[in-house]
Design a protein. Structure first.
Length: 99
């Protein structure tokens, strides 16, 4: 029985009566409770939209009614290589609510 399944059933592999603890120890895996999973961190990756954000914010301040499709066409002409979905998410968060 795998260590993760045993732990999911409430067993700790350092318990002498745990089914599988003897098997794991005999096969060189020892006490799995002392093992730590590696710490994973998401790298800070720039969005394809980052170079355009200042321009988009300026445009939204000046013309709050501009559609995401119109803004997409404008930044695409400036070299934006991303998808419209990223731009829509951004504009949705920064658009001034209508009165």
């Amino acid at each position: 029985m795998g260590g993760h399944r045993l732990e999911a059933q409430g067993w700790r592999l350092d318990q002498p009566d745990c089914p599988g603890s003897r098997h794991l120890a005999q096969h060189g895996q020892g006490d799995l409770t002392k093992r730590r999973s590696p710490d994973y961190h998401r790298r800070d990756v720039l969005s394809k939209l980052d170079p355009c954000k200042g321009y988009l914010l300026d445009r939204l301040r000046e013309f709050p009614e501009l559609s995401a499709h119109r803004l997409f066409d404008e930044v695409r002409a400036q070299g934006y290589a991303g998808q419209i979905s990223i731009l829509k998410d951004f504009t949705r968060q920064h658009r001034i609510p209508r009165k």
